[in-house]
Write a protein that binds this ligand. Structure first.
Ligand code: ZN
Length: 328
């Protein structure tokens, strides 16, 4: 493409540059009257497309949640301060997005994770708006692939009335993840935190029970989509490697929660890691793999649209975001 987009440039001139020019050139110091617009105070629905060979992926932002340093028990105070400063994070400010990814293979529409619904407050639960922005109806989704059963990934499988949010979709999940959250015996000795997670997880499965497919370990889920066990964050936490032609994208779920901390310090587990030692080992192995093999990743909590590359930096790693991809 060599020519500029005539629609864009004309619009920019008439509504932006043209108006600004009229204002600054006015000999009387007053420009034309502009109507006031109220501040929106909320973000617009966020959806962004990317391509992996012939497969189209749409990142969908469900919203955000705010973390704090107490959630990283291994964080060293001085180093945390340094990393916060390097990321220009203001005190008390540690927002992470909650992203899901819609994969269009040309044959099937597959949603990877489903967001949080609105039961954690108004900052999350906006996946339906993002889907609408992407011009996709929930009824069109053929399958929901789950990375793991935590509220910000699976609560959105249900509507606020407890019905299926994706009425025609098959639910596809790593068997050991499914079995862990479907063992009612666990409720007996569960800590209050775990009981809360179980209370939210159990109802999610029932409406999909007749259309649930379980798989084990690393296997092909659909042509071009393979599961990759990333156990540790939860017992069956799983990533999905998407391949088309020579192009690859690794949907890695929750390998990293807080980019400014955990790329530089992969040992800083978050308290939500069910098995912190295993989660650390998985994170280090995964970071090494994607950095060595230069594999692009998307993450549920990486800066929206969640895509980038990982490079080795010092004793840890650095995330190089891809940003918005205007051309597909
Ligand atoms: Zn998560």
């Amino acid at each position: 493409m060599t020519a500029t987009n005539p629609r864009l440039s004309r619009r920019a001139f008439t509504t932006g540059l043209g108006a600004a020019g009229a204002l600054s050139l006015s000999p009387f110091g007053t420009g034309p009257a502009f109507a006031k617009a109220p501040l929106a105070g909320t973000q617009v629905p966020a959806a962004a497309r990317m391509k992996v060979g012939k497969i189209e992926i749409t990142a969908l932002c469900d919203g955000y949640t705010n973390l704090n340093e107490k959630l990283f028990p291994k964080a060293n105070e001085a180093r945390a301060k340094e990393l916060r400063a390097a990321a220009f994070l203001k005190p008390g400010e540690m927002p992470i997005p909650v992203n899901a990814f819609l994969v269009n293979t040309g044959d099937k529409l597959i949603l990877i994770d489903a967001g949080n619904a609105l039961n954690y407050g108004p900052t999350m639960g906006h996946l339906p708006d993002a889907l609408e922005a992407a011009d996709i109806e929930p009824e069109q989704i053929d399958a929901v692939l789950v990375t793991h059963v935590h509220p910000d990934h699976t609560n959105g499988l249900l509507t606020d009335k407890g019905a299926r949010a994706f009425p025609k979709a098959e639910l596809i999940i790593q068997k050991r993840e499914h079995d862990f959250w479907n063992d009612p015996a666990k409720l007996g000795g569960a800590t209050p935190g775990m009981k809360r997670l179980l209370d939210m997880a159990i109802p999610v499965f029932k409406p999909y029970a007749k259309q649930t497919r379980m798989f084990e370990g690393a296997t092909e889920i659909f042509p071009g989509i393979r599961s990759v066990p990333l156990f540790g964050h939860t017992p069956g936490h799983t990533g999905y490697m998407i391949t088309s032609g020579t192009d690859t994208l690794f949907v890695w779920g929750d390998v990293v929660h807080l980019a400014p901390f955990q790329f530089a310090e992969p040992e800083w587990s978050i308290v939500y890691d069910g098995d912190p030692d295993m989660a650390i080992a998985t994170r280090k192995k995964t970071l090494d793999m994607v950095a060595t093999d230069k594999i692009a990743v998307v993450g549920a909590h990486l800066p929206f649209p969640g895509k980038g590359h990982v490079v080795k930096a010092g004793t840890g790693y650095q995330f190089v975001p891809s940003g918005f991809e205007p051309a597909l």
